[in-house]
Design a protein around this ligand. Sequence first.
Ligand code: ATP
Ligand code: MG
Length: 778
Amino acid sequence: AAAGGPQYLNGLNPEQREAVETLDGPVLVLAGAGTGKTRVLTTRIAHILSQGRARPHEILSVTFTNKAAREMKLRLGQMLGQAVEGMPWLGTFHSIGGRILRIHAELVQLKSNFTVLDVDDQVRLLKQLLQAENIDDKRWPARMLAGLIDGWKNRGLSPSQVPAGEAASFGNGKGGKIYATYQERLKILNAADFGDLLLENIRLFRENPDVLRQYQSRFKFILVDEYQDTNVAQYLWLRLLSQAPSRPGQPLSAVIPGELTSPRLRGEVGAQGAPGEGDSPRAELEDRAPHPDPLPVKDGEREQTALKNICCVGDDDQSIYGWRGAEVDNILRFEHDFPGAKVIRLERNYRSTGHILAAASHLIAHNEGRLGKTLRTEDVDGEKVTVTGSWDSEEEARAIGEELEELQRAGENLNDVAILVRASFQMREFEDRFVTLGLPYRVIGGPRFYERAEIRDALAYLRTINSPADDLAFERIVNVPKRGLGDATVQLLHDHARKRRIPLFEAARAVVETDELKPKARGSLRDLVMQFDRWRAQREVTSHTELAEIVLDESGYTEMWQKDRSADAAGRLENLKELVRSMEEFENLQGFLEHISLVMDRDGEAGDEAVSLMTLHSAKGLEFDNVFLPGWEEGLFPSQRTLDEQGRAGLEEERRLAHVGLTRARRRAKIYFATNRRIHGTWSTTIPSRFLDELPAHNVEITESKGGSGWGGSGGYGASRFDNLESFGSSYSTPGWQRAQANRNRGGGGRGGSGFEERQSSFSSESFNRSKRGPVVI
Ligand code: ATP
Ligand code: MG
């Protein structure tokens, strides 16, 4: 190493090195995409360990996805060789929250084997509660309440803390009450929903200062990636853990920091200032409704809390989870929250070539609510970003399929290729296309596979075995396959369970001893109860994968699909096989179910070469040589819903998402739009995304679709198509792309060179300076 020191520090630039080596006190790395923030975090862990500043289990490192956590573990192993014993606490907020919660489950009225419900279970449970309250599910859908509850949990609000007005906004004023009942029911079911993994962990800490103290002294170093996307609950949790341990006997209020509310609420933002100066970028952020103070604390207590070594890294331009309660403010007021914090900025992008970085930087400069930053690359300009129009989404998929085959022929590794979509429904078309072409692909992020009905059924069997109190699971499969246990039986079980406050499964056990059921149903239910007892006993002696096979077989579930004549039955059987196969990766059933409930990432088999297909949201933090960005159309991207619901703030978040997409690319970024698309079953004509018009022409190249008939092709769609385009051209503000394409198809006729060329000239002067090597000031 030039400056001496350990190997892992080699190659870091001075700012990165400073971020790695500043181990004492709070550190914030605020820097753009691809500047090495994540690399800094990983190296920092290596540094802490090799300097002997902490043992692995004394380090808490929070990543945004499970995949990112795995990646970090891998890198760390490479940096340190065999040297580490044990691993840091490395995972997402929810997985770590869940892990802590399981250890102390009884303190929050759960058992350590509690089930983590997914949205579907949540909705089913809420439906029951709405029914019990005689609330019309049509007028007040359970799904809507699930969303509200989730939002409250993201803001760290337990039922008693929800502002009265909000609590009353649902179900004729009963929303808050049902939230409370829902929490009670979860305890009876020995279950937690996703939001609880954090919220209940916060409650655990607040109600048990000794437990909190234990973790405060354990974690000597805290590291957080993607800090711009933390929500209030995550922030609260971090704040609790980042205090120096309190003295035993010290009142809890002193342990909880006084700065939990947004400084906005105290009117301090202007005065005390978050990083960055000038009012304009912040004005936008201050516009948004403040979140209520979840943990009011008396003044004067904040000084009593010392902060320890916390290092957060993030980029305000990549804040893309506002819709899920993330508060970009968290990063903007870091210095305020963590007094004495050192703020480090990184300006060199190591990921993308010049044209890509310039295009992404130019696009994001259209946002007003941002700090602004300098980014440069020392890489070559490379290839321009391409923009390709297609007739419809099918042609788009075909075009991308051909490009992929071309890349493959050119010897590119498919693992370095990603297709990033705005909405997950866009995936199916690509999946279909890739299956046809025999192109290996994997879907990442989002529990698509585990959401399939047959998978959910199989999991319900396994969940019932794992936790007999898991009523939702049991109810799902009690009559699947059909065994004569219809609604009447289930109703009877519910009545029993409610009266005696026992789980459904135990109710079933009791009911078969009575003569309340007809003999046939009674016999059938008894068989089922006995089967479960047998499977639970077998669990002790067989591996969990074998057990799964036995269960699917003996329950008649597999047979049900074998007898099914529908077209997709074979696929379902394959999926079930795949499910059992996927269990092999886990030590036991509990571990596997834990994984399922937390799973955000679905990876293909390791080692396989495959194209990655995922949403833009789940691409955060990742990088690929070749990135395909389909569906850049108004209404899809930016998405209509975001525009409708959130106005300009929504548009800016969409633009950040576009920026995230482009900055995933190392060498090639390829954007697509289609003129016709079927959204939720209805065909509609679309116009290209405004984001296309916001790209610097100098760094962009328009190319012909390779998807067959295409734009530059035979013109088989006839003149009406161009008339359409013309009319769009005059009635929308972003017609450049269509006109350019239409003109090309007409051999340059028509409005002769208006459209895109005009636009191009308006761009060229500003964009010209940006594109060459050297600083791009945005
Ligand atoms: P994002 O904001 O997208 O999460 P990031 O800031 O976390 O990006 P990293 O993923 O850590 O950036 O780094 C981007 C790429 O640059 C990685 O391939 C990383 O290995 C590489 N890189 C980072 N720092 C250096 C360096 N000093 N020398 C060489 N390569 C580097
Ligand atoms: Mg990163």
